[in-house]
Design a protein around this ligand. Structure first.
Ligand SMILES: [Zn+2]
Length: 508
């Protein structure tokens, strides 16, 4: 069966390279990511999931866990979770079961969280990451669906009380559990970035780490090189920035190594990253670990997803970044790096593609001819004016206007240098490129007579350079071109200037 990405022919790196300075131990890392799904309503009730509402505005008897309230599963959320599974090449279960995960905490009014345990929605899958120019396949253990807990606000104001905001309670999440296939903080970071990109591109998650819609726990252990059994692991909880994950894992590997080297033992425990102290600190030990007493939720029937529906959901998914990159490299001759930059954000990818295809249509040239030029311009001139927030991006000018500008380079109206100036004016004034070119008289001089007059004038004005050129110093051609361009305020067609100069300088 063809895979979603169609990438089975990639050569994969296996195993772990031993990090520099570490000879005795190798790290083993597994990641658990909680990603909020982009559903308008909660997982088991109709309350909205919008972020930033006043506390406890978005609540009802179901998500407040009031007695007698019954959950009704949100079909859209479950379908988004299926699409996440498909994007990570998971086996999607035709039947999965919601289970109660029992524990008591103020942010969980029912006394249990509805999650999935024995029969998750998505089984084994994988995610391929690039590290040091090589591709490594990281196994996905499972992706299950669950509701988020509410939010405790400790010591609000200067009070000693804890307040609870139930707005977040019941928000649909997927938990993506990786196999312990990662061996370094760099690999963990690459995995998280790639995972976020994919979930954003398929519209499952908004990738907003600051608002907590993409959160990561890391299980970290080390073992003597060559040993098969895993060492005792610690769990790093609630880290919501890629940078902190990287630092926390690095610190935790070094800490464990220090403990073992001094003859100590690693204690199984939950730790968190303290940015203030620059280290991981213990939250709770194993003796405080929960026994969740999972059992199937009697209020909810099994989730059945028909084969035909899975096929429909697969067909409805947008193209993933990796597929875009390969297509752009093949169709437009973009370099891997450029394709990577342009596909890093879904809105930027769409924008670039619109510039390239519109430019091809307007100039009557193939994508192969103009795609790379569009890519270079977007990267060099446009991206610094773009700001992104989650899935949103704001662009200074429309993609079609950039295409129109570049088309006027293609048809010889202006040259590339002038295009940059026109673009800066487009950003400042919002005017169309054609209007700016007209108003400022920037049209390229392609009149052979006018260029020849200018060239003759420059030759006459520079007799000593002419003599040097004619006695063999051909590199001076650049000087002459520069003089003509300066005299025409950059508006002359450089190719014609070059040709005319050589013709007139060589003819005597
Ligand atoms: Zn509700």
């Amino acid at each position: 069966m063809p895979t979603y990405l169609g990438l089975d022919a990639v050569a994969f790196r296996t195993g772990c390279a031993i990090p520099r300075g570490m000879t005795a131990y190798e790290p083993v890392i597994g990641l658990e990511v909680h990603a909020q799904m982009r559903s308008r309503t909660k997982l088991f009730c109709g309350c909205p999931t919008d972020y930033g509402a006043p506390p406890n505005e978005h609540t009802c008897p179901v998500c407040l866990g009031l007695p007698g309230a019954l959950p009704v599963p949100n079909q859209k959320a479950i379908e988004l979770a299926v699409q996440a599974g498909l994007a990570l090449e998971c086996e999607v279960a035709s039947q999965s079961v919601f289970a109660r995960k029992n524990y008591f905490y103020p942010d969980l009014p029912k006394g249990y969280q509805i999650s999935q345990f024995e029969l998750p929605l998505n089984g084994k899958g994988h995610l391929d990451i690039e590290v040091d120019g090589e591709t490594k396949r990281i196994g996905i253990t499972r992706i299950h669906v669950e509701e988020d807990a509410a939010k405790n606000i400790h010591g609000a104001g200067s009070s000693a009380v804890t307040l609870v905001d139930f707005n977040r309670g019941g928000t649909p999440l997927i938990e993506i559990v990786s196999d312990p296939d990662l061996c370094s903080s760099d690999e963990a970071e690459a995995y998280l970035r790639k995972l976020r990109d994919i979930l954003m591109f398929i519209g499952v998650n908004d990738g907003n780490l600051e608002e907590g819609s993409f959160r990561c726990d890391a299980n970290v252990s080390i073992r003597p090189v060559g040993q098969k059994e895993l060492g005792t692991r610690t769990e790093l909880k609630n880290i919501n920035s890629f940078r902190f994950v990287k630092k926390a894992i690095e610190h935790e590997i070094a800490r464990q190594e220090g403990v073992l080297q001094s003859g100590g033992e690693i204690v199984q425990e939950t730790r968190t990253w303290s940015e203030g102290q620059g280290k991981t600190i213990s939250m709770r030990g194993k003796e405080e670990a929960h026994d969740y007493r999972y059992f199937p939720d009697p209020d909810l029937p099994p989730v059945v997803v028909a084969e035909e529906r899975i096929a429909e959901l697969r067909a409805a998914m947008p193209e993933l970044p990796v597929a875009k990159r390969l297509r752009w490299q093949a169709d437009m001759g973009l370099t891997e790096y450029d394709a990577g930059v342009l596909s890093a954000h879904p809105a930027v990818a769409t924008y670039f593609e619109e510039v390239a295809t519109t430019l091809a249509a307007r100039s009557g040239k193939s994508l192969e001819k103009v795609g790379k030029k569009a890519g270079n311009f977007v990267q060099a001139e446009l991206l610094r004016h773009v700001t992104t927030s989650g899935l949103e991006a704001s662009f200074p000018v429309a993609a079609t206007s950039v295409a129109e500008l570049l088309a006027s380079v293609e048809d010889g109206t202006i040259n590339g240098k002038i295009a940059k100036k026109v673009f800066a004016d487009m950003v400042d004034t919002g005017k169309a490129p054609k209007l700016i070119i007209e108003e400022q008289g920037l049209s390229q001089v392609t009149d052979t007579g006018a260029i020849e007059d200018e060239v003759r004038r420059i030759i006459e004005a520079n007799p000593s350079q002419v003599e040097q050129y004619r006695s063999g110093k051909e590199s001076l051609i650049g000087y002459f071109v520069g003089q003509v361009m300066k005299a025409t305020k950059g508006a002359a067609n450089p190719k014609m200037v070059n040709e005319t100069l050589r013709r007139l300088l060589d003819e005597q």
